[in-house]
Design a protein. Structure first.
Length: 97
């Protein structure tokens, strides 16, 4: 599994935690088709991903972002004390190619 696939899995699992597979599938569709971002962009292009997340969730986006950050940090064994995806992505050494 590539790093992008691993991150995508973590992002989508985190999103599923807010309403199951149906919500996950709808959000994944909007990320791809409306915003032209991949779930792996949470780490590989966090600015674009956050813009999409805000478009989908509005003021609730920060809650989803925190859950995604916690899942990624846990998987990669990185301490996470807040700060969002921009801060977390700079702390990770992930090959996004």
């Amino acid at each position: 599994m590539s790093e992008r696939e691993r991150i995508s899995r973590l992002v989508l699992e985190s999103i599923a935690g807010f309403g199951g597979d149906t919500v996950k599938d709808i959000v994944a569709w909007h990320l791809k088709n409306t915003y032209r971002v991949d779930p792996s962009d949470a780490v590989c292009n966090p600015g674009a991903f956050l813009k999409a997340l805000n478009g989908i969730y509005g003021q609730f986006a920060y809650v989803v972002e925190e859950r995604i950050c916690e899942a990624i940090a846990s998987e990669y064994g990185v301490a996470y004390a807040g700060g969002g995806l921009l801060k977390l992505s700079s702390a990770l050494n992930v090959d996004c190619s």
